[in-house]
Design a protein around this ligand. Structure first.
Ligand code: NAD
Length: 364
């Protein structure tokens, strides 16, 4: 009986075409997604684009140092246009930006080629919060072209928003929330190091902070608005703060370095009041190599209400693997979705793809 079931699945998969994926941005996240996809059944990476000269023209298998398990090679291209024109990907994983305004033209270009998009841009996790007009336009473009757009990641996208939203499903009444993520920035690439001020002297950090050149964690606004929408409430008040985390020892990660006395990351906090007076407080100190000074990472969600919730996960969900995995795992849901701009609360519950991805794609 068991053998017959396996045979049935294999035969069914053979009939279905591979799910064609293009990756735009082959940094820490984009390349990690490629590695994960290559280990799964039913995918085909049809193109990769990155502007980094060290990658352009090279095989992704050489860059990743993995065996080519596909039927063809994939060379990194500077320009995505040929990939979108000729390879017809079902979905593009876009891992180049943090801000909706910067990602917008790329998303528009992808959508106009009738491809679905998953973006790692933090603001795209809930773009309605800061960019309502661009969000309307993305929604319109997606519907017009019959595809869907999703922004997601480990945070925003899961650990400080969707997880709290999901657990509220077993609550009769939700009062104040305190959501903490004490995490390591070590898995992330140069974009994140620069945005968090990793490696700057305190003087340089403060100079840049005054000029709004350090973004710190991008996502409190998005997470807060996503939670408010999910609970059917409005955000009445929102503020956030950022302070440097200065290291007492030299710290080195794959893409970052902070010498003793310099900045290893940022301690971010946010405070929000919702329309029924519910408060949402977020606590998010993030730095490279936190363990070097005795900081233990972890994810914690405390919600007052009925029943009270006290979730705890330590060490933290790895930010790199978490982002890579949630983007890949959401691929079938985005392909199956009704066209439009989506957030994580619009789509089915994320889950790991352990079988052939083709079995998760709706037939019609
Ligand atoms: P990274 O710096 O390692 O990689 C970015 C890559 O994109 C680089 O290789 C760069 O050359 C390429 N690139 C930039 N602009 C391009 C363009 N116009 N065309 C082609 N390639 C281009 O960064 P990363 O760690 O991979 O992260 C990518 C983005 O995702 C960052 O902005 C980061 O903040 C965001 N992110 C979000 C989450 C989340 O939880 N929501 C988690 C991780 C990363």
């Amino acid at each position: 009986m068991k053998g017959r079931v396996i045979f049935y699945h294999t035969a069914r998969e053979m009939e279905k075409k591979l799910v064609k994926i293009a990756i735009w941005g082959f940094g820490a996240m984009g390349s990690g997604m490629a590695k994960m996809i290559l280990k799964k059944d039913g995918f085909d990476i049809v193109g990769v684009s990155d502007v980094y000269d060290g990658f352009v023209g090279k095989s992704i298998f050489e860059i990743l140092n993995v065996k080519n398990t596909q039927k063809h090679d994939v060379l990194v291209e500077k320009n995505i246009e040929r990939i979108l024109d000729e390879e017809n990907p079902d979905l593009v994983l876009l891992a180049t930006d943090s801000f909706t305004r910067k990602a917008f033209d790329k998303i528009k270009f992808i959508v106009e080629h009738k491809c679905n998009v998953i973006s790692t841009a933090e603001e795209m996790a809930y773009p309605y919060a800061k960019e309502p007009e661009l969000s309307k336009e993305m929604n319109r473009l997606a519907k017009e072209n019959g595809v869907s757009i999703l922004g997601t990641g480990v945070n925003p996208g899961m650990m400080m928003d969707l997880l709290a939203i999901c657990i509220s499903g077993v609550m009769e009444d939700v009062e104040d929330m305190e959501i903490s993520r004490i995490n390591s920035l070590s898995p992330f690439g140069p974009t994140v190091m620069e945005e968090q001020g990793v490696g700057l002297s305190l003087k340089e950090f403060n100079y840049k902070l005054e000029r709004d050149e350090i973004s710190g964690h991008v996502g409190f606004v998005e997470s807060t608005y996503m939670i408010a929408e999910a609970l059917g409430l409005d955000v009445i008040d929102f503020e956030q703060s950022m302070s440097p985390i200065v290291t007492n020892v030299d710290r080195k990660s794959p893409y970052g370095f902070a010498k003793a006395g310099d900045v290893a990351g940022v301690d971010m906090r946010s405070f929000a009041k919702l329309s029924n007076n519910t408060k949402i407080n977020m606590i998010h100190p993030q730095q490279i190599e936190p363990e070097l000074e005795g900081t233990n990472t972890g994810d914690y969600i405390k919600i007052k209400g009925s029943p009270a919730i006290n979730l705890s996960n330590a060490p933290e969900v790895d930010g790199g693997i978490g982002t890579i995995a949630i983007c890949v795992n959401m691929i079938p849901h985005v392909i199956n979705a009704k066209p439009g701009l989506k957030t994580m609360i619009d789509l089915p519950v994320p889950r790991a793809i352990m079988g052939d991805v083709r079995n998760l794609i709706d037939e019609e």
